[in-house]
Design a protein around this ligand. Structure first.
Ligand code: HPA
Length: 274
């Protein structure tokens, strides 16, 4: 059986065969945020199905390809479409691409998602720069025997989201006149949305936004020693006393609006990065 370490190397080697770039930044594009990929000066586009050991994307709104090229003159790899726990993948599968990004030479991960806003000060299509997270997924991608070549047994979590990158993101947003929020993201397994009682609880435990992704990838990024910047787009307001049924088309429409802002913001952020 091929071990995880060898699988990562095989996937990275397959990508390097098609694309000779050496990326410093990995980017994960969340639900409805794929438009950002068109900003990339594309050098190679690799369907996940052509990368050994990559799971296949099952969500309609996700494309399922790795876009390799330049953004703000920096070499990057971007996932257009990510894997979710609710699709049935193990968290090892969900986070496998982050391992591959690290193996390709990335030192930074930028992760984006569509999320429900529980902070009443937030508005639809707002960008929330993630300051910290709460993990309510019923599993952990780091569970099991630790491979010391990939990271330490007990990774520290005192600052999984880089303070420096948060500052850069907020400064860039200010320069561009894009409003941003800053807050705590909580990850739930999905696929159902939350009940009013659950939103009330999630807000009370300290979360501003809720979503079904991101935290597993960030745990692995922290384990691998990657710097992380996380941005949520508020696609629906989750105020327990004013809760309305959400519809996927509506979420995608708002995500696209927020995505346009992100597509302006992220190149500026990357330009400012060391
Ligand atoms: N809950 C969980 N995930 C989400 C939500 C939500 O309200 N909105 C977008 N993703």
């Amino acid at each position: 059986m091929t071990g995880q370490f060898e699988q990562i190397q095989e996937a990275a080697a397959a990508i390097s065969k098609v694309w000779s770039g050496s990326p410093s930044i990995g980017l994960i594009l969340g639900t409805g945020l794929g438009g950002l990929a068109s900003q990339i000066e594309q050098e190679a586009v690799i369907p996940y199905s052509e990368i050994p050991w990559f799971p296949k994307s099952t969500v309609e709104s996700h494309k399922g390809q790795l876009v390799c090229g330049k953004l703000a003159s920096k070499s990057i790899v971007a996932m257009e479409g990510r894997f979710h726990y609710y699709e049935g993948y193990s968290l090892a599968q969900v986070t496998f691409p982050v391992r591959v990004m690290k193996a390709l030479g990335c030192h930074t991960l930028i992760v984006t998602n569509a999320a429900g806003g529980m902070n009443p000060q937030y508005s639809l299509a707002d960008i929330m720069v993630i300051e910290d997270h709460i993990n309510l997924m019923p599993d952990n991608p780091l569970r099991g025997i630790n491979d010391d070549r990939l990271g330490p047994r007990f990774p520290d979590m005192c600052q999984p989201y880089s303070k420096e990158l948060i500052q850069i993101a907020r400064a860039a947003a200010l320069e561009l006149g894009i409003p941003t929020q800053q807050g705590v993201f909580v990850a739930v397994p999905g696929p159902n949305l939350e009940t009013r009682a659950e939103y009330r609880m999630l807000k009370q435990i300290g979360a501003d936004c809720v979503g079904m992704s991101t935290v597993p990838e960030v745990l692995v990024a922290a384990h691998a020693g990657l710097k992380v910047l996380g941005c949520s787009i508020v696609t629906d307001m989750c105020l327990p006393d004013h809760l309305e049924p959400v519809e996927l088309p509506k979420i995608l429409e708002v995500a696209a609006r927020g995505g346009e802002r992100l597509a302006r913001l992220l190149p500026k952020v990357i330009e400012k990065m060391a």
